[in-house]
Each structure stands twice: as C-alpha cells, then as structure tokens.
Design a protein around this ligand. Structure first.
Ligand SMILES: C[S@@+](CC[C@H](N)C(=O)[O-])C[C@H]1O[C@@H](n2cnc3c(N)ncnc32)[C@H](O)[C@@H]1O
Length: 208
C-alpha cells in the first residue's frame, strides 16, 4: 500500500470537487428530465416582447439556468427577475453574474424545484421546457398566478391552453391567466378564420 501524501490528498480533493461540480451542474437537472439548454438571446428577447414585459414587473424564469433571461429582462426591459433553479451551481452563477453586472438588486436566483415555487407577485413566467414538463407545471401555474399574469412558453405549447399570441416558427406561446381552454389547435383555427380568403384562381389566362 502506498502511503497517502499531501500531493495525493490534493489530487483527490480536486477530483472530488470536479465530480460534485459536474453532478450538480449536469446530472441533477438531467435526472429531473429537463437538462440545461440555454435560450438563445434573440429568441428570449422576442418572447419577452411578445409577453409585453413592462419596467419593474417581476419576471420568474422557472429553471433559470445561467440566468441569462433574467439578466436580459433587467438590462433591456428594466424588469425585476426571480430565478428558480434546481442546480446549486447555476444558482450561484446567476447570482454572481447579477452582482458582477450591478444588477443584484433586481435579479435573484433561488435554489429549488419549480413545481413547488411560490409565484406570488409574479407578473410574467418564462418557461423553456419540453411538452411533458409543460403539462406537469400547468396546474401549479393556474393555482399560483394572479389573473392578468402572463406565461410565456418557449419550445412547446402548454397542453390544453389556447395561446393569446404565438410565433409558431420560433415556438413561442404566450398565455394570459386564467388560461382559455382549447389548446393550440383552437388558436390556429381562429387565426385561419381571420385571414382574408384568397381570390379565386383563374383557370385560363385572361384574353388580352
Ligand atoms: C432548458 S434549461 C432553460 C434554462 C434557462 N431558462 C434559459 O432559458 O436559458 C432548463 C433549466 O431548468 C433546470 N431545472 C430542471 N428541472 C428543474 C426543476 N424541477 N426545478 C427547477 N429547475 C429545474 C435545469 O437545471 C436547467 O437549468
């Protein structure tokens, strides 16, 4: 048996630190079924514009990742931001970035599970997730959010809720609380009915 020297202990501590960093950053979120995939900033900005985020409104990013959407909301929209994130490393990173940019008074991330998050006082919820996670979170949002609050879903629609507005190319769907029943199909049908009918096609070339 080799005796453990200070050098061995140093490398062991470094390896343990690295493994716990990877565990909390990647494995914990992946176990919940929603790994960390950051929003592209132009898409996030479009989503917040569609949700008509106003100065001083409180935006909650459920699963805030590295906090980029909250920082964008504070910088560009002068809004306040609350992140709920299951990975403690990402919570620490978000709060550190907010401090570094002088936005600590407006942006804060909390360690926790978004399906149990207290959303009192929240004006807009940003949720970038899969359809499965949307379906799981829907009842919690319905129970927690005040009438008039908006929910902006990125990448998948909320099953059963009719969006108030949607960008089906960018996959951004905005809902106002309490949500209208009907799902995306009802919204698309309504939009199709609103479009003016195409002029009848002329089967033969008109005579000159
Ligand atoms: C798709 S990423 C979105 C990150 C960020 N909202 C953005 O748009 O850049 C989903 C995030 O949710 C976090 N997450 C997954 N399950 C969670 C849960 N149950 N509660 C809180 N956060 C969760 C992950 O760690 C990850 O950072």
């Amino acid at each position: 048996m080799y005796p453990l020297t200070m050098v061995h202990l140093f490398w062991l501590a470094l390896a343990a630190g690295f493994l716990s960093w990877v565990f909390f950053w990647l494995v914990v979120p992946a176990l919940t079924g929603l790994p960390w995939v950051p929003s592209r900033l132009p898409r996030a900005q479009r989503a917040l514009e569609m949700a008509a985020l106003q100065p001083d409104e409180l935006l909650a990013d459920l699963g805030c990742g590295d906090g980029r959407v909250l920082l964008l909301a504070a910088r560009v929209f002068a809004a306040r931001g609350l992140g709920v994130e299951i990975s403690p490393v990402l919570v620490w990173w978000t709060n550190w970035q907010a401090r570094r940019r002088g936005l600590a008074g407006r942006v804060r991330a909390r360690w926790g599970n978004f399906s149990r998050a207290d959303l009192q006082g929240v004006d807009v919820v940003y949720f970038f997730a899969t359809q499965k996670q949307m379906a799981r979170l829907g009842p919690h949002l319905r129970a927690q959010l005040r009438p008039g609050a908006r929910v902006v879903c990125v990448s998948a629609p909320m099953p059963g809720w009719k969006p108030q507005t949607a960008d089906t190319r960018a996959l951004i769907f905005v809902y106002e609380m309490p949500p209208t029943e009907g799902g995306l199909a009802a919204y698309l049908l309504e939009q199709a009915e609103k479009r003016p009918a195409a002029p009848p096609q002329c089967p033969v070339a008109p005579e000159r």
